[in-house]
Design a protein around this ligand. Structure first.
Ligand code: HEM
Length: 428
């Protein structure tokens, strides 16, 4: 996708003229991020009245104050961050489902702490370490499915499927329903973006209600026939409260399951796809990695830093405050620009350079920081650290089908990654 002629030159025009929610802008926001870091590390965009936080230090400052900069942005986004109330039609669709409780991503301490502890039991380091052979098996099975062809579209044939299979198995959901899960993920992500048009919002509402009924039906089934999976654990678990212990409600179950299903799919898929893209467009880095596979862990971290699949995330001010010299009023929305913080030269020297030997790559904010630090970070790392070496060793002589300039990124406000990756390789 090329930058349209209507767009001002984002490298020189006044900052407020840039439409940062437009599809063209989202193809390459980095020149603008650089300007934000240099000219206005905290910047109130007058078009949408959102405050952008763009440097590493300022992002850390905001992340360290969850009581002032809250994650309870759910209701605001459901109503549309760019303004506007829910339409009657949208409300009518949503009335057929449940109003999910704010549990992890859209909750604050102390409720947040209780739910995260509960869900965290499924993703402990020890559990994830034990998944080595299992993840290796899925990676080989997926590659077996296309290696004889000598070509593939890596995102749909591999990168979307690995995290989807892992999360379906963990939740106790049938893999066969993955097309539906993908649609539901898209709907939840669009809703979280907060700027979808009404037609899209209605589609999202339909899909979200469909997902909720599916989740509740699965939970009912697991109450009667529990298995070794997260849904079975969640329906049986007791939530400790002041008045005593109780089971989770449907509103709580829906919220937790939805987040586990959605949060790790697109993000991990984008990192797998774009990691291969980075290697093929930086052959000297690929050669280094192949010569020294012990660099795999750092390569994964550097890919997470450079790409930052969760490029932006919301916060809402609970009180009047100040960020980087900008006054923030209670109720204001902030956009934490993780993708910009991760290229901040003050923290990552020569931040736009892809370098798999970078000393401090792991200090990136791709998984966030503070109380909302990603629940699935160990799992995502396990999938990527397992997948990349196998892909590199089995797909010999990998080549891009298209020229690197023709690649496009998904036009999402929150997520970032290349849309598709057509490859050729020597058939085995
Ligand atoms: C490369 C893959 C991933 C990336 C880049 C990523 C990124 C993030 C980020 C940036 C946050 C913090 C959001 C904030 O500060 O408000 C987060 C939170 C979260 N992530 Fe991930 N994530 C990934 C994989 C996963 C996986 C595999 C799962 C599920 C198993 C998962 C589940 C969650 C959940 C539930 C939260 C909310 C945690 C909380 O609010 O305390 N993520 N993730």
């Amino acid at each position: 996708m090329s930058v349209s002629s209507q767009q001002p030159d984002i490298t020189s025009c006044p900052l407020h003229e840039v439409d940062t929610f437009s599809a063209d802008f989202l193809q390459d926001p980095h020149p603008f991020y650089r300007r934000l870091r240099e000219e206005a590390p905290a910047f109130r965009d007058p078009k949408n009245n959102v405050v952008y936080v763009s440097t590493y230090d300022l992002a850390m400052e905001v992340l360290a104050k969850p009581r002032v900069f809250s994650n309870k942005f759910g209701a605001q986004l459901r109503a549309g961050a760019a303004g506007g109330e829910m339409s009657q039609e949208e409300l009518a669709i949503l009335a057929k489902g449940w109003v999910p409780k704010d549990t992890m991503l859209t909750a604050d301490p102390p409720e947040h702490t209780r739910y995260k502890k509960l869900a965290g039991k499924a993703f402990t380091y020890r559990k994830v370490i034990g998944m080595n052979d299992y993840v290796t098996g899925i990676v080989h099975d997926l590659i077996d499915g296309f290696i004889g062809d000598g070509r593939c579209e890596f995102k749909t044939q591999f990168a979307n499927l690995l995290p989807m299979y892992v999360i379906c198995d963990a939740l106790g959901f049938p893999r066969a329903d993955r097309e539906r899960f993908k649609e539901w993920s898209d709907a939840f992500t669009l809703q979280l973006g907060g700027v979808a048009d009404m037609k899209t919002r209605l589609w999202c509402a339909e899909k979200i209600v469909e997902a909720q009924h599916y989740f509740v039906a699965i939970c009912d089934e697991k109450r009667n026939n529990p298995g070794e999976d997260i849904c079975s654990d969640l329906v049986q678990t007791d939530l400790e409260e002041e008045g005593g212990a109780r089971k989770l409600s449907n509103e709580e179950l829906i919220s937790i399951i939805q987040q586990i299903l959605v949060a790790g799919n697109e993000t991990t898929s984008h990192t797998l796809t774009t990691g291969i893209f980075y290697l093929l467009t930086h052959p000297e880095q690929k050669a280094r990695l192949e010569a020294d596979p012990s660099l795999t862990e750092n390569f994964v971290e550097e890919t997470l830093r450079m790409l930052t699949p969760t490029n932006n995330m919301w916060r809402v001010a609970t009180q009047d405050a100040e960020v980087g010299g900008v006054a923030v009023k209670q109720g204001d929305l902030l956009l934490l620009r993780f993708g910009s913080a991760n290229r901040d030269d003050a923290h990552f020297p020569d931040g736009d350079r892809f370098d798999i030997t970078r000393d401090n790559a792991k200090e990136h904010l791709a998984f966030g920081a503070g109380v909302h630090l990603c629940l699935g970070q160990q799992l995502a790392r396990k999938e990527m650290q397992t997948a990349f070496p196998i892909v590199l060793s089995r797909l010999n002589n990998m080549q891009l089908v298209e020229a690197p300039e023709s690649f496009s990124y998904v036009p999402s406000i929150l997520l970032r990654g290349v849309e598709r990756l057509d490859l050729t390789f020597d058939p085995a």
